[in-house]
Design a protein around this ligand. Structure first.
Ligand SMILES: Cc1cc2nc3c(=O)[nH]c(=O)nc-3n(C[C@H](O)[C@H](O)[C@H](O)COP(=O)(O)OP(=O)(O)OC[C@H]3O[C@@H](n4cnc5c(N)ncnc54)[C@H](O)[C@@H]3O)c2cc1C
Length: 453
């Protein structure tokens, strides 16, 4: 599928006429853009979604080949459609997620135009709204919703060595083990991406070094319920701000192989060498912080605190969920944790690749309006920008912890669409004199039309 509503936008061959006026322009047709379109459509807000690639392109091409969702599909979906061919507790493959959003867009008849990049948005001089430069011409929009994603620009830290003999890629560019040259691999970052990639490489027979920083690692399931359920009933998806001190804490979860708890000591027992935070590279030697045991201990604390909260919830609510004492069993401390490597001579260890699973940044260079703070971060309240007419959706912690996730963005989009619909009521308001003038105008029109007839 390419164009869902060609008629909403001129043909790709032609420039957009300067007269094209859109009430609300949504930029990006990932899950955030599709959710926006659904809610705007329900509220009768005329809108257009412009997508530079294809619907849900990130799920299609900016993920590794074997990726499945981190949450089961009863949870990781929009309310209006179930995943076809999957049971509720299954984890969807990334291509199934992309297909799902394409099908969803079709189901709601979303006015999406693919293959059109929004290059620049500036305030319209002398009138309300914005001038929007696209790869196909210019249009005017009263409002602009930035749904361009939380993970736009892969970030590789400045410590990355300048070493031609190594293949260095970001996790966004990792596809499968065969893509890497023979040899050992250093994976930097042990959030969901790093840990899953390290596990895949280890299973493929590679020697893997995994650099582990601060992390949370919830149990995949406990007492028969997936952790997404526990986070929901315990109100943890709804936390509105990052807990102090947790700003750089990643979450290590995986839906791979039917879904299992990430246990770093188990990964070590399976052959992965764990190392601390990667600090620097000097003359072919990687240097690690002496924080591995501490990072694992903090991860354990997080894990155990969820078990404790779950037990208390079961007790308080008199639930009949089977006890699971074995969830508190700990793997023995592996040698790589007892005597952690402080450094690694990459050549001597046969390391030929480094995978940087070190996260992403946003890029709003196209949105040239006064909606950002001194650090370039969007200024907003639940996605409603401080700059009237500008909205953000899909950003981390937009309204709460769940905001970047499939189910969370749908709820944020509803709030933003509601705000837009309310603003349209203010714009549409006419005072008594204006209403009278409009009545006179329309009756004059009727007279003259009658005359023509
Ligand atoms: C490896 C990985 C695994 C994840 N797994 C899960 C999971 O299991 N469950 C879950 O709920 N969440 C998951 N997420 C988080 C989140 O669901 C995804 O990142 C999701 O893709 C975000 O959707 P989005 O619509 O906000 O952004 P995106 O999917 O990035 O969509 C933004 C769209 O905007 C377009 N765009 C950007 N700039 C422009 C422009 N200037 N003009 C026109 N179009 C533009 C892009 O082409 C893109 O299609 C995962 C994230 C990653 C990185």
């Amino acid at each position: 599928m390419t164009d869902l509503k060609q008629s909403a936008f001129p043909s790709p061959a032609g420039r957009v006429p300067a007269t094209l006026e859109i009430d609300t322009l949504v930029v990006g047709a990932g899950q955030a853009g599709v959710a926006m379109s659904e809610h705007l459509g329900k509220l009768g807000v005329p809108h257009l979604v412009l997508e530079k690639s294809r619907i849900a392109e990130a799920w299609r091409t900016v993920r590794w080949d074997s990726l499945v969702t981190n949450g089961p599909v009863w949870h990781d979906r929009f309310p209006g459609l179930e995943f076809p061919d999957l049971g509720p507790d299954d984890f969807a493959h990334k291509d199934q997620v992309a297909d799902y959003f394409e099908a969803y867009a079709q189901m709601i008849d979303a006015p999406i135009r693919t293959g059109v990049e929004v290059k620049q948005v500036v305030r319209a001089p002398g009138r309300a709204g914005f001038i929007v430069e696209t790869s196909e011409g210019t249009l005017h929009a009263n409002r602009v919703v930035a749904a361009t994603g939380p993970f736009q620009r892969p970030v590789i830290p400045a410590i990355a060595p300048q070493d031609e003999s190594l293949l260095q890629i970001h996790s966004a560019n990792y596809r499968n083990p065969q893509q890497l040259p023979e040899g050992a691999v250093l994976v930097v970052g042990a959030g969901s991406s790093g840990v899953q990639i390290a596990d895949e490489l280890n299973r493929a027979g590679r020697q893997v070094y995994l650099s582990v920083g601060a992390h949370d690692r919830p149990p995949r399931s406990y007492r028969g319920r997936d952790f997404v359920w526990w986070l929901g009933v315990l109100g943890l998806w709804d936390l509105e701000t990052v807990q102090p001190g947790k700003e750089h804490v990643t979450i290590a979860v995986s839906g791979a192989h039917g879904g299992r708890t990430i246990d770093f000591r188990e990964l070590a027992a399976q052959g992965i060498t764990l190392v601390g935070l990667t600090r620097a590279f000097e003359a072919g030697v990687a240097r690690f912080a002496d924080d591995l045991a501490e990072n694992l201990a903090r991860g354990d604390e997080n894990y155990l605190s969820l078990l404790d909260a779950a037990d208390a919830y079961v007790e308080r609510n008199g639930l009949d969920l089977p006890e699971e004492p074995e969830a508190r069993r700990r793997f023995p401390e592996p040698a790589c944790v007892r005597e952690p490597l402080q450094s690694l001579d990459l050549a001597a260890a046969g390391v030929t690749s480094i995978i940087w699973a070190t996260g992403y940044a946003t890029d709003f260079s196209w949105l040239q309006v006064d909606a950002f703070d001194a650090n370039g971060k969007p200024k907003h309240q639940r996605g409603v920008s401080s700059e009237p007419g500008v909205y953000f959706v899909g950003l981390p912690w937009l309204s709460r912890r769940g905001s970047t996730f499939i189910w969370g963005v749908w709820h944020d989009a509803r709030h933003i669409a509601d705000h837009i619909a309310t603003q349209r009521k203010y714009t549409a308001y006419r005072d008594a004199a204006q209403r009278e003038a409009a009545t006179l105008e329309s009756s004059a029109g009727k007279v003259s039309l009658t005359g023509v007839r």
